[in-house]
Design a protein around this ligand. Sequence first.
Ligand code: 6MZ
Length: 369
Amino acid sequence: MEKQIDMDWWVSMPKIELHAHLNGSIRDSTLLELSRDLGEKGSIVFSDVEHAILKNDRSLHEVFKLFDLIHVVTTDHKIVTRITKEVVEDFAAENVVYLELRTTPKRNDSIGMSKRSYMEAVVEGLRAVNTVEVDLGSPNLSMESPLTSSAISNLCDGTARKKIYVRLLLSLDRRETTASAMETVKLALKMRHLGVAGIDLSGNPIVGEWATFLPALQFAREQGLSITLHCGEVPNPEEIKAMLDFLPGRIGHACCFGEEEWRKLKSCKIPVEICLTSNIRTETISSIDLHHFVDLYNAQHPIVLCTDDVGVFSTTLSGEYVLASSTFGLGRSKMFHLAWNAVEFIFADDVVKKELRQIFYSAARKLDL
Ligand code: 6MZ
């Protein structure tokens, strides 16, 4: 009972999610249902997929094999729309007030899918959300109708329709070519008015070379897109150095850093997206009490707790806060302020930041923090 009450508190706390991959965040029930359908059509062997989905411990290598499987099941316009809607509704249900959702635009000629039509299906999913109001950052909307303080307090006490700010990051997969990466960046630029805020570099970290993506990332930055990089998921000092030299807006993971890399990261103050459960499940960090969260937190380095892949790693953002709190002995107030501080690292404009600060301010008073 006590545990249940505690969980309710963590769920009720407003939170910011900055590192969530769409196809890693699908509900198990949806993935099983979609796989069963494909199994009945004979396109896949359902029991193989079921086994892979329900397996709990996966090496990093197995995780990327699972993503290939998930992509077979989900790469269809209608399904992309459905999973986007569900993923946003699930984050909103646990009081994520600002979500940066990332996904890799995919081309599949056999079903007439282009990177653009894939992304249009994602945006349709955002529009289909009906449990909560979705703010996609149309400049007119956010400039002309800022939230009044009573609307913000309503948001926090649940009397108004809830609202979630959603921004999209387009991911470059490390298997892609320079030309393909450039195509994604150009697509991102065309979709800025639909909530696209930046570019992410992700995918299997043992595949591909930094130099392949550098031209597209440089172009993205010149054009005003924000950039986050998966950095140091495996030991690769040369690549880590090159990535830090690039000065991205944020990095994800930072698991396999040596002393020199920590020094550099801290002096550049690049915010780190921390995904505790993901790092433990994939064994990129050997034990939770050895996680670099502690060192970065104590050094007051900018960090934000994130989920990575709620579906694949069976976690939630509230669960990540509970895990950090219990493992590192940080109380509710400290964790609340950690979430609040994440406002400073989002890839949206100052109007959104201001509104989010007010949401946290109201919630702090309500929660007596
Ligand atoms: C690196 C990851 C990842 O883009 O199809 N992805 N890349 N490290 C991780 N940590 C475990 N988790 C997910 O979502 C799935 C894709 O996100 C990237 C991989 O490229 C994966 O194929 P989307 O929506």
